[in-house]
Design a protein. Structure first.
Lengths: 407, 105
């Protein structure tokens, strides 16, 4: 294997890629470059048990600090990249360091979409949740009785609402679409979470457009809605999606299309440059696809490492995701993109249910709420490339376990 | 601190002291125990931290919880009576000396 190998992006994908290279036997120089000043950590808990101060930062670390030394991984943390030069195979860090590579992996992740400054997006008291720094800034502000606005009814916003409400804050979610989770889930799943949050005392305003966040002395005062209402607030969390970090690749002339374009083996348009995780757009089931998940960060990164080692297989995952809100665990297997129909399966325990997505008659995804059995069976069935008939899935009395084995 | 021993499929073993309250998946990852992956970070969504609790310790750990038992249906290695997801077992003085057998995945 030609060396050195450089990995740009020290999140879960970057750490997984480094670990896989070592596991495959690569013993040459290996550099891991990250913009944040901390070791790779798990982001999902940031909007859950980390921001609520139930977990300390050390417990989010993907690997213990000593591991990087043991594995001879050359860490460049707190080191934004200034430029990538594919012609001479170098990376220039903003701190002046120049790194040469024989192979390069881009695992640069994504950044939150922000509200424009013109409508108050940069007021003090307005936050996104993507980094540990974001969560550290938010955590001390989660005080009982304070008013939190959540802009955007997606999973990150719902998770933030759950934590804030549990801490006794007054929480209002503003969603411009006609319902929460519009982009990511079917109406039954949205209905389930709307009811869950309302039962916990959260106000959810759907089909409600924000005109601007208002401020006083540079600090958030509230939200002016397009219908003329003004909602006072102490804190706002903006959860309106993420943008892939593809600027470096674009500037270097790599093919970019809302994400760094890669083939099924994680190869970008430039020789010896690979990409994986949130920042990569790859062909999946016939469509260019970008997955924003831990599963994809880890699995695609490991696949990129294997490709560097001559693996010919195409990356073809069954995506999975999760979310925790109050005492509800949501587990998602598959991707519901392009679904034509869905059925609801009542769960065995109180408050549990699952939503089964079909494209025509083929199962493509399941959202399971406190129903790990449905999630688990669906995940296995999808991984095996099989399906479960709609009528069976919708029949709470039907045993799904037989579908775990081919028949 | 409670001591935990993982016995790997090839007979090798790894022992470590684990802070009480930490779960045994994160302890395994922190101590580079192969085949304990913990992809979901301990939230019962991946079943990649599957272990067999040594028979001598089974009574003290008890069996799996409700949702954990459901996730054990989809482990890569076969489910056995002593199967647990190690993210759901917390280190404690009571479990000092516990032995876990790690299936190869």
């Amino acid at each position: 294997m030609a060396d050195p190998i450089v990995i740009v992006g020290a999140g879960q994908a970057g750490a997984a890629l480094a670990a896989k290279l070592r596991a495959l036997g690569y013993s040459g120089p290996l550099a891991l470059v990250g913009e944040e000043p901390v070791l790779p950590y798990q982001r999902p808990p940031l909007s859950k048990k980390y921001v609520s101060r139930e977990l300390e930062f050390d417990r989010l670390l993907v690997r213990p600090p000593a591991w990087y030394g043991e594995q001879k991984i050359d860490l460049h943390l707190g080191s934004p990249v200034a430029a990538l030069n594919p012609a001479d195979k170098t990376i220039a860090l903003r701190n002046g360091t120049m790194l040469r590579y024989a192979k390069l992996a881009l695992t640069a992740g994504a950044r939150p979409r922000r509200l424009p400054a013109e409508i108050g997006g940069d007021l003090a008291g307005v936050f996104t949740i993507r980094s540990v720094a974001d969560a550290d800034a938010i955590a001390p502000l989660l005080e009982p009785g304070k008013r939190m606005l959540v802009i955007g009814g997606g999973y990150i916003g719902l998770e933030a609402a759950s934590v804030a409400r549990t801490k006794g804050m007054e929480v209002t979610i503003i969603e411009v679409a006609e319902r929460i989770l519009q982009r990511v889930a079917a109406p039954p799943t949205a209905d389930y979470f709307r009811a869950l949050h309302r039962n916990h005392g959260v106000t959810i305003l759907e089909s409600t457009a924000l005109a601007r966040l208002t401020g006083a002395g540079g600090r958030l005062a509230g939200a002016a809605l397009k219908d003329g209402t003004h909602l006072p607030a102490d804190l706002a969390i903006v959860g309106i999606g993420i943008l892939p970090n593809d600027d470096l690749a674009r500037a270097a002339g790599l093919a970019v299309d809302s994400g760094i374009v890669v083939d099924g083996q994680c190869r970008t348009s430039a020789p010896d440059i690979y990409a994986a995780g949130d920042c990569a757009r790859f062909p999946w089931r016939g469509e260019p696809t970008r997955l924003e998940s831990v599963q994809n960060a880890i699995d695609q990164a490991e696949h990129a490492a294997a490709t560097m080692f001559g693996e010919q297989r195409v990356y073809d995952p069954v995506p999975w995701f999760w979310s925790d809100q109050y005492d509800i665990k949501l587990q998602i297997a598959g991707l519901n993109r392009g679904y034509t129909d869905c059925v609801v399966r009542p769960g065995k325990r109180a408050g549990s249910a699952s939503v089964w997505y079909y494209r025509a008659d083929t199962l493509i995804a399941v959202d399971a709420m406190n129903d790990a059995l449905s999630y688990g069976i669906a995940k296995k069935v999808l991984e095996a490339g099989r399906s479960i008939p709609k009528t069976t899935a919708a029949d709470a009395a039907a045993d799904l376990k037989p579908f775990l084995t081919a028949n | 601190m409670p001591k935990v021993t993982w016995i790997l499929h090839d007979g090798r073993s790894i022992s470590a002291e684990v802070a009480a309250g930490h779960n045994l998946m994160e302890a395994a990852v922190a101590n580079n125990v192969p085949d304990v992956i913990g992809e979901c970070g301990g939230c019962l969504s991946c079943a990649t931290c599957h272990v067999y609790v040594d028979a001598a310790w089974h009574e003290k750990t008890g069996g799996p919880g409700d949702m954990e038992g459901e996730m054990l249906e989809i482990t890569t290695a076969e489910r056995r009576p002593m199967s647990r997801l190690s993210c759901q077992i917390k280190a404690s003085e009571e479990l000092d000396g516990i032995v876990l057998h790690v299936p190869h995945v």
